[in-house]
Design a binder for this molecule. Structure first.
Ligand SMILES: Cc1cc2nc3c(=O)[nH]c(=O)nc-3n(C[C@H](O)[C@H](O)[C@H](O)COP(=O)(O)OP(=O)(O)OC[C@H]3O[C@@H](n4cnc5c(N)ncnc54)[C@H](O)[C@@H]3O)c2cc1C
Ligand code: SF4
Length: 394
């Protein structure tokens, strides 16, 4: 890491030097100047008192990229049921691996997971690394991290993809910190360069810019991706990969956590799984007016979802929010009603097969994303749409 060095021997007026820092990061204690964690590396102190403050560049650790080979996917599961995001990541891993001629690895931990490992092979991975032990029955961070670390140390994958699930979000940062490497969370686009550097793109600063992130000096390169960002690959008829059983010393499988009971979460059909979605936006003036959208959704066998303002008003459940700080959906059809099309909203739905937008303002940015545009008042368009569908059904 870069740092600011202090040459104490030249310090004459510490009070004046303290004032140089706009972030109160320079301190004077026990006749010594020091820099605290508030330092933003703005280098103002270096410019104003170069004889005292010296900026020292981070020492770049050399890395032999060719020694790191493989695109690995962490197979996220609860009680042996693999989360679909892991299959989506296998599809992306395959595409990346083909570009750099690397193998695709799946890393699976759990108890009695042989059947799951066989299933994974059907998605076209080259090798499943299976840590199967009763101690791994439930997810507990210490033994799972130990297995993952063991796999990385032994096989040195160049890229590690992890689903942006509750488990993945706990596991990936711990591993990235252990290997002193970078992790890009919630990527929405991934590609790879010839030199095996991963192109990681994700929205940043509230979705106003798309950050393009590289990890050029460290391996492996960790990225998490949320469910429904990529397509799951087709299953292959003749799996070609193999299962490699891995074991770890029992002392490394110990945990401070005892899982006493596992309660299944109440099952509710999530908007991520819906094939047709009707989205309600701020154009609705009263909560009761949402009934128009619910009626349309009933007719189309669709789910109703929402933009953020309606969640904030308490009109819709937070689980129904689409967007950057909500859910990502990829339905066959999405109909937005009175939605402006902010970047934060569009980030969560632009992967839909067909997008139809209803908005009174012909300049609304949702029309830049939509395949079908209806310029009109939802209070006129929705009743007409409902009537027409009802008539046609009749
Ligand atoms: C960090 C961050 C994260 C965010 N995350 C999300 C997120 O995940 N999801 C999300 O949705 N937002 C998110 N937002 C908020 C986002 O910026 C927008 O404010 C929000 O998406 C706007 O919602 P809207 O389109 O319903 O409302 P508005 O932007 O107010 O748009 C209402 C639209 O309705 C149209 N309209 C008005 N009356 C009618 C009518 N009678 N008939 C037809 N059309 C009409 C208007 O022309 C307008 O285009 C986030 C913001 C930040 C800063
Ligand atoms: S680099 Fe900037 S933030 Fe850090 S101590 Fe100097 S003036 Fe303060």
């Amino acid at each position: 890491m870069a740092k600011i060095l202090i040459h104490d021997e030249y310090v004459k007026s510490p009070d004046k030097l303290i004032k140089l820092c706009p972030f109160n990061a320079i301190e004077y204690m026990d006749s010594k100047l020091s820099i605290n964690s508030g330092c933003k590396m703005c280098k103002l102190c270096v410019k104003q008192a170069p004889e005292i403050f010296e900026f020292v560049e981070a020492q770049i650790r050399g890395i032999h990229k060719e020694e790191w080979k493989g695109v690995a996917v962490y197979m996220d599961h609860v009680e042996g049921n693999i989360h679909p995001v892991s299959f989506e990541l296998i599809g992306k891993a395959r595409a990346l691996a083909e570009k750099i001629n690397h193998p695709v690895h799946a890393v699976l931990m759990g108890s009695h997971m042989e059947h799951a490992a066989e299933q994974i092979l059907k998605y076209g991975v080259d090798e499943v690394f299976l840590y199967d032990d009763v101690a791994l029955e439930n997810f507990r961070i210490e033994p799972y991290a130990a297995c993952f670390e063991d796999y990385i140390l032994a096989h040195k994958p160049s890229i590690v993809l992890v689903g942006g699930t509750t488990i993945g979000r706990s596991l990936a940062p711990r591993l990235a910190a252990r290997f002193r490497t970078g992790l890009t969370a919630d990527c929405t686009f991934l590609d790879v360069q010839e030199n095996t550097d991963l192109d990681q793109i994700r929205p940043a600063f509230g979705g106003n810019i798309m950050a393009h992130i590289h990890t050029p000096n460290h391996r492996p390169q960790f990225a998490t991706v949320r469910y429904k960002i990529f397509d799951a690959p087709e299953m292959i008829k003749t799996p070609f990969g193999k299962i490699t059983k891995c074991t770890l010393d029992q002392s490394l499988l110990k945990s401070q956590i005892d899982v006493l009971e596992v309660h299944a979460k109440e099952k509710s059909e999530s908007i991520e799984d819906a094939e047709v979605i009707v989205v309600v936006g701020s154009a609705f003036k009263k909560k009761e007016d949402l009934n128009m959208a619910f009626k349309l959704a009933d007719l189309l066998d669709a789910r109703v979802a929402s933009t953020r303002p309606l969640i904030e008003k308490g009109w819709m459940d937070a689980k129904l929010q689409i967007g950057l700080s909500g859910r990502t959906v990829r339905p066959k059809l999405i109909i937005t009603c009175g939605v402006s099309g902010s970047v934060q909203f569009v980030a969560g739905m632009k992967g839909a097969d067909q997008i139809m937008a209803i908005n009174i303002d012909k300049e609304a940015s949702i029309f830049n994303t939509a395949h079908y545009a209806i310029v009109g008042d939802i209070y006129e368009v929705l009743p007409k749409l409902i009537e027409r569908i009802e008539n046609e059904r009749a």
